[in-house]
Design a protein around this ligand. Structure first.
Ligand SMILES: [Zn+2]
Ligand SMILES: [Zn+2]
Length: 131
């Protein structure tokens, strides 16, 4: 069982599933939304994700048609993204995890939009857009 929370602690969740195929997304939306070079996330099964507290504190921002980025309204921590086209999954923002994770990222995606000031210095596969 993995647990996670936002920065202020209002929103807490647990996830009873596998975290795999972690990607670092360098797209311009993830850069803007996170305020840094890339966002690290993993697609998870929605049925195994449970909000424990703070449902009333969630705020959604539709960054593209049908793509809803969900954060804490109080501290603004990005928590997950849900897509209308794939209602059975969520993209979990792994920085919100409190439980240690043994899995490692598998790829850099949307490196065509990468910040020019950030150099990727690992050997992971890089994709211009989505693989
Ligand atoms: Zn918060
Ligand atoms: Zn992205």
């Amino acid at each position: 069982m993995l647990k996670g929370s936002c920065l202020c602690g209002a929103v807490t969740y647990e996830f009873d599933g596998e975290i795999d195929h972690i990607v670092c997304c360098h797209c311009s939306i993830c850069r803007k939304y996170s305020g840094t070079a890339f966002a690290t996330g993993s697609r998870i099964e929605r049925s195994k994700f449970r909000l424990l507290t703070g449902t009333e504190s969630l705020k959604e921002y539709q960054s593209s048609p049908g793509v809803h980025r969900v954060s804490c309204a109080n501290c603004t921590s990005p928590l997950f993204t849900r897509r209308d086209a794939t209602p059975d999954t969520l993209i979990l923002r792994l920085g919100s995890l409190d439980t240690k994770l043994s899995a490692k990222p598998a790829a850099h995606i949307f490196v065509g939009d990468k910040a020019e000031w950030f150099d990727i210095c690992d050997g992971m596969p890089q994709y211009e857009t989505a693989p």
